[in-house]
Design a protein around this ligand. Structure first.
Ligand SMILES: [Zn+2]
Length: 459
């Protein structure tokens, strides 16, 4: 009976209604069902295998924590290791679920029109600084990055201008979204969507909008969407001290940012989204996206900020000059990446909690494996308020102060306004917790020392 029931369900899903009735009417011919069942199962196997093969792509900061059990001999076959390295961490988890027979329900059908309607409604205000990306992510059933970026490509006329194949574009964006690790509390696709939305707000600012070319807008949106691709949820010092191969590959320098960039290039090539462009243009695009993503390395903040400051002091920024425009886009992406404290308190507080959770999770692993707990990662000694106040004081305020000099608009004043209010709120929390109120995390004060490059990335 169970087999019969399953077959009817299967038939219902895979055959036209008439065909199903014909099959059911011939029910006494049991062997027909057996044949159909065999056919169906065969089909499932073929399709599943094909599905799995498409996942053997991507990059690979899979961290094998078993390497820390120094006393025990771990025998992992070479082939098993190789397979794991072919997959991104996210893909590895998915494929192992597949082999264990656990299926993740395809939830794309859960959404009803009401939710889609509300998401569409939200997109009409995508340029609003109060845009609630968490709500948008819920309304799109976890597809905020795909939905938002696709919409922005359309809004900026990029699909038409660059004659993009919309199927390839959607496929590219789905691959990007999937290569973010949804289990990371902070560095996941929602953060990427948030940064992309912020970038869109900056691109609309008068100084930029009147001088940017479609090419600039295209690069900016791709770089924003991919800037943390395949982030493992731990920072560079963690990868270095655990001898992760990415640290070796990128010689301990901007390890994560290089990896995000190269992962983005891999997906661009695989999707064939720009296959119709000349090789020269594609290479230029890849290298310029790299310049943008590499600028998000927070340990390089001082260098970028002093260059920005010098330009503003001299008043020599000329946005007709492509090099100057790209420098401003680097600064814009840096702002978008660390703009959490410039959002409304309700949004900003959620981001603060998420990033701290990720730091503390790293600290827990470091404690467990006696790796030495990284600064800001110890849940016994750190608080969200202290971390946030230090972050705002030493990184966010200086950057956004200069940005407001460059683009003194209502948006810049709004961002600085939220920044001031949020800092005051965290100081209130700090006073309640400690009774003093003047503690600033000293870690951020040591920006020029070697410590900052080893900070957990706040981007
Ligand atoms: Zn980021």
């Amino acid at each position: 009976f169970c087999i019969l029931q399953n077959v009817i369900v299967v038939l219902h899903e895979s055959l036209p209604l008439q065909a199903m009735f014909i099959c059911i009417l011939s029910l006494p011919l049991f062997h027909t069902f057996i044949s159909l069942l065999t056919l169906f199962l065969g089909d499932v196997r073929v399709r599943s295998r094909a599905g799995f093969e498409t996942e053997r792509r991507g990059s690979h900061p899979y961290i094998d924590f078993r390497i820390f059990h120094s006393n025990s001999e771990i025998e992992v076959s070479v082939s098993a290791r190789n397979v794991r390295r072919l997959l991104s961490f996210q893909r590895y988890l998915r494929s192992s679920r597949f082999f264990r027979g656990i299926t993740v329900p395809n939830s794309s059908n859960i959404l009803d029109d009401d939710y889609n309607g509300q998401a569409k409604c939200m997109l009409e205000k995508v340029g609003n600084w109060n845009f609630d990306i968490f709500l948008f992510d819920r309304l799109t059933n976890g597809n905020s990055l795909v939905s938002l970026t696709f919409h922005l490509f359309n809004l900026h006329g990029l699909i038409e201008h660059f004659q993009l194949d919309t199927m390839k574009l959607r496929r590219f964006l789905v691959m990007v979204q999937e290569d973010y690790h949804s289990q990371n509390p902070y560095h996941n696709a929602v953060h990427a969507a948030d940064v992309t939305q912020a970038m869109h707000c900056y691109l609309k600012e008068p100084k930029l909008s009147k001088s940017l070319t479609p090419w600039d807008v295209l690069l900016s949106l791709i770089a924003a969407a991919t800037h943390d691709l395949d982030h493992p949820g731990v920072n560079q010092p963690f990868l270095i001290k655990t001898n992760h191969y990415l640290a070796t590959l990128y010689k301990n320098t901007s390890v994560l940012e290089n990896h995000h960039w190269r992962s983005a290039v891999g997906l661009l090539r695989e999707s064939g989204l720009f296959a119709h462009m000349s090789l020269e243009n594609r290479q230029l695009m890849e290298s310029q996206i790299g310049d943008l993503i590499l600028a998000t390395d927070i340990s390089q903040q001082n260098e970028y900020l002093s260059m920005f400051r010098s330009h503003l002091d001299r008043g020599d920024l000329c946005l007709e000059n492509a090099n100057h425009r790209h420098f401003i886009l680097q600064m814009a992406l840096k702002c978008a990446d660390i703009c959490n404290p410039c959002r409304t308190w309700e949004l900003s507080k959620q981001w603060s909690e998420k990033v701290t959770e990720e730091f503390f999770h790293q600290g827990d692993i470091e404690k467990k494996y006696h790796l030495g707990v990284s600064p800001l990662c110890d849940r016994q000694t750190e608080t969200i308020a202290n971390i946030q106040i230090g972050f705002m004081t030493y990184l966010v305020e200086p950057l956004f102060g200069e940005w407001a000099r460059f683009s003194n608009t209502r948006l810049s004043q709004t961002m600085l306004g939220h920044l001031g209010l949020n800092k005051a709120s965290w100081k209130g929390v700090q006073r309640e917790q400690s009774g003093s109120g003047d503690d600033v995390d000293p870690t951020f004060e040591e920006m020029d020392s070697d410590i900052l490059p080893q900070e957990p990335r706040l981007s």
